[in-house]
Design a protein around this ligand. Structure first.
Ligand code: G6Q
Length: 546
């Protein structure tokens, strides 16, 4: 159904009027005027605490944003997603990653069928398989236990399991080393194969479609490498597949008994909860994998039932929408102050940008008068502080930041943890407060006056720069699950506000076909086609170098 254009809605127009004043607000003053600001603008659920008080908004802003969410039917669309309606309109698919993390007792309907049984049947197989690899009962073809797992996949079939395995390294099995090969660049495969022994390596070919060119090339290379050192019948002990495409798996030579299925209603970037999470179950064990799912489910229940004003994903989505739409913030920086979350920004980059990087509405109308998904980027603190935080503090663009931290460490170097948290909190304070010219003058007191005045503009910080802080007690499978689900639903909320289909990815599909023609030309299998002079020139240089 065609929605009214976002900018024509009553609540959007009220927000626009409100924003003309809010743009002038100084957060320093908002904090000074309201000693309860932190209490009022923070909330918690599913083991996560969200402080959103360091944003340029007040209670009225939030009321208006909640009104907008109601007018845009965000709750209605959320309910449709949970009910298995085919809200991915361009692919005519349901969006049911939430069903992957629901308990056995909870029914999820798709086309009148309860799918929870299918989900748990695959989970049971993941448990049996991961238990046997971890215990050492599953043996390689020469009778040795598995020591290395190589996951071959790309995009959604790589980023999630890789990020989670790194984040949960404290829980990992000591005998099993995890490797992830995604890039078609042979250096990626070369690096992994140089570290493993075919007798003790398990390859997981992870591809929803089982047609993705990079993954197929990598899978074939891994198989050829393996078969140079082992007989054909050994494949069954060393190659398993995760996919929705049984036929393609058989053609590749993997026994369907070694295939872990999932379904077309699971989007690639939402698939870590499915069999695509097999590397996670192998690394941390099925018990912790279940805790990851349970943490996400707790966030699902919160998202599904809590009123907008107390709903973490709604709030995070609405505040981000405010920054993007009314304060002109074109990017968001993700700053986990936790080394084990070092792949989290890359993971969110795909989740958010592939979902909401769209320029037409769900009905196909071109969006001309508002902005959609921002650029997502970042790195762990404190590293980022010594690199790009300069631009965040003093550049001409205002970039909101999400700080993420665990209150307690999983190590015993407590002085390190105090230093880490101190940096995290000090940064958000500095972004909010900035440093006035008078404060700089006080700092420089004692130096010659003309020298002070020369330095003042350089050492002044505008402040008033927005940030959220998300805290958890420990980084555990459950809190990580809740954190990922929080961002999934945030992306949902923003997609609903912007009226874009967050669940297709035609830009990614384009990439899957684009290179084929040139690859054939580079390999001499096709005559050079008529490209532009730049592309022709580049192809010619590459051919000359062979
Ligand atoms: C995710 C995207 C994309 C996809 C990869 C891999 O939402 O669609 O990143 O996951 O292109 O696709 P396959 O799993 O089909 O190989």
């Amino acid at each position: 159904m065609r929605q009214p254009i976002l900018t024509s809605t009553t609540s959007y127009q009220s927000l626009r009027n409100h924003a003309s004043q809010a743009r002038e607000w100084q957060m320093r003053e908002l904090f000074a005027q309201d000693p309860q600001r932190f209490e009022r603008l923070s909330t918690e659920a599913a083991g996560l605490f969200l402080d959103y008080s360091k944003n340029r908004l007040d209670g009225r802003t939030l009321e208006l944003l909640a009104e907008l969410a109601r007018e845009r039917g965000v709750e209605r669309l959320r309910d449709a997603m949970f009910a298995g309606e085919k809200i991915n309109l361009t692919e005519n698919r349901a969006v049911l990653h939430t069903a992957l993390r629901a308990p056995r007792t909870r029914a999820f309907e798709l086309d009148g069928q309860n799918i929870t049984g299918d989900v748990h049947a695959v989970l049971d197989r993941i448990k049996t398989f991961s238990d046997s690899v971890r215990s050492g009962a599953w043996l390689g073809h020469t009778g040795k236990p598995i020591t290395d797992v190589v996951n071959i996949g790309i995009g959604g079939s790589d980023l999630g399991p890789k990020m989670v395995c790194l984040a949960l390294r404290q829980f990992a099995h000591p005998r099993l080393a995890m490797h992830f090969v995604s890039n078609v660049d042979g250096h990626d495969m070369d690096a992994a194969l140089s570290r493993v022994n075919p007798e003790t390596t398990l390859f997981i070919i992870a591809s929803k479609t089982f047609t993705t060119a990079e993954t197929m090339m990598n899978a074939n290379t891994a198989r050829a490498w393996f078969l140079q050192q082992a007989p054909e019948e050994a494949l069954a002990k060393h190659f398993v597949a995760v996919s929705t495409n049984v036929e393609a798996i058989k053609t590749f030579g993997i026994d369907p008994a070694n295939m872990f299925p999932f379904w077309d209603w699971v989007g690639g970037r939402y698939s870590v909860w499915s069999a695509i999470g097999l590397p996670v179950a192998l690394s941390v064990g099925f018990g912790y994998f279940s805790d990851l799912l349970a943490g996400a489910h707790a966030m699902d229940e919160h998202f599904r039932t809590a009123p907008i004003e107390q709903n973490l994903p709604m709030i995070l989505g609405l505040v981000g929408f405010w920054n993007r739409e009314f304060l002109d913030c074109a990017s968001v920086s993700i700053a986990p102050y936790h080394q084990d979350l070092n792949r989290f920004p890359a993971y969110l980059q795909q989740l958010d940008m592939e979902s909401n990087g769209k320029r037409v509405t769900r009905a196909g109308d071109t969006i001309t008068d508002y902005d959609t998904g921002p650029v997502i980027w970042g790195d762990v603190g404190t590293n980022g502080q010594h690199a790009y935080f300069q631009l965040l503090h003093q550049g001409t663009d205002v970039t909101p930041i999400d700080f993420i931290a665990a209150l307690r460490p999983a190590h015993e170097f407590h002085n390190h943890h105090a230093a880490l948290l101190a940096n995290c909190f000090a940064q958000s304070e500095a972004f909010m407060k900035g440093k006035t010219a008078d404060e700089v003058r006080q700092d420089l007191a004692g130096q010659p006056l003309d020298e002070i005045e020369r330095l003042v503009p350089h050492k002044t910080f505008p402040g008033n720069r927005p940030s959220n802080t998300i805290l958890m007690e420990y980084l555990t499978p459950a809190t990580l699950g809740a954190l990922i689900a929080l961002y999934e639903h945030k992306v949902f909320v923003q997609g609903a506000l912007w009226d874009v289909n967050s669940y297709d990815q035609w830009g990614v599909e384009l990439g899957k076909v684009l290179a084929k023609k040139i690859e054939a030309e580079l390999n001499g299998e096709a005559q050079p086609a008529q490209h532009d002079s730049s592309t022709n020139g580049l192809i010619a240089r590459a051919k000359a170098a062979v």
